[in-house]
Design a protein around this ligand. Structure first.
Ligand SMILES: NC(=O)c1ccc[n+]([C@@H]2O[C@H](COP(=O)([O-])OP(=O)(O)OC[C@H]3O[C@@H](n4cnc5c(N)ncnc54)[C@H](O)[C@@H]3O)[C@@H](O)[C@H]2O)c1
Ligand SMILES: O=C(O)C(=O)C[C@]1(C(=O)O)C=C[C@@H](O)C=C1
Length: 364
């Protein structure tokens, strides 16, 4: 691929454009708000000048409700050799495109795709060229998709260092209802409990609530589009969650009882829920979409000063330990933080001992 046209230069469009530009592809940027395309160009994602002929690949990264119309317009203009979109739902855009009356030859030049990576922030300023690295990128070719178009899509995924996953569009929508759309609503519901909560309570927020509510900060307009295109599967899953909620409320009420037998039933009910949660959580893939791995955490207390993290990483490196993942927790109102280093289980005691020897305070 030598040239690309990104239509919709927000978070996802600009991130893809940055990755392509970094790999030497000439990228043209266009947005219905020209200021967004100018910003993306200023960030080094390409040029906001129009191409002087058809490009190799047009990438539509507009909100889901606009995808089909934007694609149809680009196809009718003959803007590219191949066309794809990156919307979070796949069945709807394809059906809308078909309903817009494009012929089979035009439809064979299109492939629906979805990178399984994003952020709770929108717009080009939130973009980054490595957003998709190691993440699944779903491709939904049909029997009629032109091989050249599939190859262009695979080239894009490879330039973005993502992992291609081929799926049927409707199977994709069922899957993302489970791993993205339902969790998004649950996150919003947990965060909504904080809206009118006492400030004294909210101030105590630790890492747990931050992890559970991060995505609740996302743009509601975008998510209304996404959920409107996948309401059935998401409603079915929420109904299942609602049954679990009812059961857990009953178990907790039993725990309030003065009757010992009821309390034991309550404990069993709560424990069952927590253990089911453990069993589901270990199935979440680790980084680079690999099979899930269990890491052990070594927690280190640090002063909130520049250079502390770099020192820890250097000390871990000297001890010959590879850090697989890292999380940082800052304690409210204190000049201290807790760094959680995730490592292979057998490396955890080695790392803890090496860091202790170098004067770090290790916490359990
Ligand atoms: N945000 C995520 O985490 C995420 C992840 C994967 C895929 N997606 C999908 O990527 C697409 C873009 O999402 P985003 O997060 O980058 O949103 P965004 O709000 O950051 O960017 C969308 C851009 O599209 C532009 N736009 C709107 N209508 C347009 C039109 N008719 N023509 C041209 N441009 C138009 C907007 O001005 C904006 O700049 C959506 O389809 C979304 O479902 C989002
Ligand atoms: O990590 C986030 O902030 C996201 O919202 C990313 C996320 C997801 O649910 O995983 C959200 C929607 C997209 O369609 C794909 C990715």
């Amino acid at each position: 691929m030598r040239t690309a046209l990104v239509i919709g230069t927000g978070l996802i469009g600009t991130s893809a454009a940055l990755a392509l530009t970094q790999r030497g592809v000439v990228v043209h940027l266009v947005d219905h708000d020209p200021g967004q395309a100018r910003t993306a160009a200023a960030l080094g994602a390409g040029t906001d000048e129009a191409p002087d002929g058809p490009v190799d690949l047009a990438i539509v990264a507009a909100p889901p409700a606009h995808v089909a119309a934007v694609l149809a317009d680009a196809m009718r203009r003959g803007a590219a050799r191949g066309y794809l979109d990156v919307a979070s739902v796949k069945g709807g855009p394809r059906r809308e495109l078909e309903a817009l009356g494009l012929d089979d030859a035009a439809l064979s030049r299109y492939i629906g795709t979805h990178p399984m990576s994003g952020r709770e922030q929108s717009g080009p300023l939130a973009a980054s060229g490595d957003l998709f690295e190691g993440r699944p990128w779903v491709l939904t070719p049909t029997r009629d998709t032109d091989t050249e178009v599939l190859n262009l899509a695979l080239e894009l995924v490879s330039h973005c260092r993502a992992v291609p996953v081929v799926m049927d569009a409707d199977a994709h929508d069922q899957a993302v209802a489970l791993v993205s759309h339902m969790p998004h609503l649950i996150s919003s519901m947990v965060a909504a409990r904080l809206e009118h909560a006492e400030e004294a309570a909210v101030r105590l927020s630790g890492q747990g609530i931050r992890d559970v509510t991060r995505i609740a900060a996302s743009d509601p307009g975008m998510w209304i589009d996404i959920l409107s295109a996948n309401p059935g599967p998401v409603a079915d899953l929420l109904a299942d969650v609602s049954a679990d909620l009812d059961e857990t409320v009953r178990a907790l009420r039993a725990l309030q009882s003065s009757d010992e037998t009821k309390r034991q039933q309550g404990t069993a009910g709560v424990e069952k829920m927590l253990r089911r949660g453990n069993a589901g959580q270990v199935r979440v893939p680790g980084k680079h979409g690999s099979a899930p791995r269990l890491y052990e955490t070594v927690a280190v207390l640090i002063d909130d000063q520049p250079g502390q993290l770099a020192r820890i990483f250097a000390d871990a490196g000297r001890a010959g330990v590879n850090i697989e993942d890292v999380r940082i927790e800052h304690a409210t109102g204190q000049q201290a933080g807790l760094v959680q280093l995730m490592v292979e289980p057998k490396a955890a005691p080695v790392l803890a001992a090496a860091l202790r020897e170098r004067g770090w305070a290790i916490r359990q």
